[in-house]
Design a protein around this ligand. Structure first.
Ligand SMILES: [Zn+2]
Length: 438
């Protein structure tokens, strides 16, 4: 029985391979074949967006797991032995880079954040996360910065390994593991008489912070995430949590180990302290002011506004989008993003996916264009070459010879119509194609 199944898998894989070069078939749970160094695939879309600009009539040549050539189709030619993949009417882009996800969370209108942290076993959360990773990849996101397991300890490190070792399909991950919070500032909170597991690691003061940062890095954190502000009690507004000294110490300790620090911050004071401490990106920034955005620009701190998360949460709380008046929280957000745009600061595109459904990552790009005044071109640049630059990933984010063959083809022209990002027709990661079921 087992033997004949394997034969079937091998047959399907060979059939797909004949078409596309190398395909990770959904018919097999085995490791995907690495792209053979010799496999050459010529992709002929209607246009190539190379991470900066749209080029109609260009073609891309992939050899093994790398991009070999890109340019006008006539110049690229058709090398001997190359398989040609015609992508009529489609635009080929660098694999998209998700700036802010939580693969270990699922939408809060299915299960509240508290209940996910307190009542779902880690095994359940990890099993779900494998499906989330697949959905993310098939939505065209070949890299994701995953900013905290929210109570699932170091499960993101294992998830990343399972993807890298080829056991499950998923994006290349940058993981933050547990994230850091000041004692008492985070959640879940039940009765004062019971200490319940928290959604992040509590740490305070010199010794506590140094130890926690080193512990997370030692266990596999690529990034250290800190909550610079949060609501201390239910229904309260956010207020700063860590002191300036503590934040600075977090950044120094992480930097020494070659890890960047990112901060959750939505208050001007939390953002100010985080920027002064030397974090690389600030997440959310809901109440950001002209002054604090100016400081961020001076200090080279990028903003990931996560507009899709607020949009989703407002709807979970009863807002009928398009019918009811816009909640104050979103009006505030709009003003903040406007002030940020005026400041000329660097935009990171990341939706806080997990708050809403994995695989719908492009909601962030859509909202930035449809409701926050960015052009589709600006958002596409930010979500490819821009995110790659901010995240220190020089091997991706553009379509250039020598870079990873992480590519996505979408129907139509996303520089004109951002919703084209939803029409994914091909996903390639490291030269391996993943069927998109479309
Ligand atoms: Zn988040």
């Amino acid at each position: 029985m087992h033997f004949s199944l394997n034969l079937t898998s091998a047959f399907y894989r060979l059939s797909f391979s004949a078409l596309l070069g190398v395909v990770w078939g959904s018919v097999t749970a085995q490791n995907p074949p690495p792209a053979p160094a010799s496999a050459i695939v010529l992709l002929r879309p209607a246009a190539v967006f190379d991470g900066e600009a749209l080029h109609p009539g260009w073609a891309v040549l992939v050899e093994g797991d790398k991009i070999k050539a890109v340019g006008p189709a006539a110049q690229v030619g058709t090398p001997a032995g190359a398989r040609t993949l015609e992508l009529p009417g489609q635009t080929l882009l660098p694999g998209l880079i998700e700036g802010h996800s939580h693969l270990l969370l699922h939408p809060y209108n299915e299960t509240s954040w508290n209940d996910q942290v307190l009542q779902e076993s880690q095994a359940l959360r990890v099993a779900r996360a494998t499906a989330h990773a697949r959905a993310t990849l098939l939505a065209g996101y070949t890299t994701a910065r995953d900013l905290g397991t929210e109570g699932a300890d170091y499960a993101d490190v294992g998830l990343k390994q399972a993807i890298d070792q080829g056991f499950i399909p998923g994006p290349r991950l940058l993981v933050a593991t547990r994230a850091l919070v000041a004692t008492g500032s985070y959640g879940p909170k039940l009765s004062v008489d019971v200490d319940v597991p928290q959604g992040a690691q509590e740490a305070d003061g010199v010794d506590g912070i140094v130890r926690a940062v080193r512990e997370q890095i030692g266990k596999g954190a690529d990034i250290v995430k800190v909550y610079a502000d949060y609501r201390w009690g239910k229904g309260e507004p956010s207020r700063p949590t860590f002191s300036q000294e503590e934040l600075t110490l977090i950044v120094q300790t992480a930097k020494g180990a070659g890890r960047p620090v990112v901060a959750h911050a939505s208050t001007p004071e939390g953002m100010r302290r985080a920027a002064l401490a030397g974090v690389e990106t600030i997440e959310h920034g809901d109440a950001g002011t002209t002054e604090v955005f100016k400081l961020m620009k001076q200090r080279g701190v990028a903003l990931c506004p996560t507009v899709a998360a607020g949009d989703a949460i407002s709807q979970y709380q009863g807002w009928k989008k398009g019918l009811g008046p816009e909640p104050e929280r979103l009006q505030q957000k709009r003003l903040s993003v406007q002030a940020f745009r005026k400041s000329g600061g660097v935009l990171v595109v990341g939706g806080d996916v997990g708050v809403f459904r994995h695989g719908e990552n492009s909601r962030e790009a859509e909202l930035l264009v449809q409701e926050y005044g960015y052009s589709a071109l600006e958002v596409l640049q930010a979500q490819t070459s821009g995110n790659a630059r901010v995240f220190h990933l020089p091997d991706r984010g553009r379509i250039q010879p020598g870079l990873l063959a992480d590519l996505v083809a979408v129907e139509g022209d996303p520089t004109q119509q951002i919703t084209a990002l939803r029409q994914v027709r091909l996903v390639m990661k490291g030269g391996v194609s993943y069927p998109t079921d479309k």
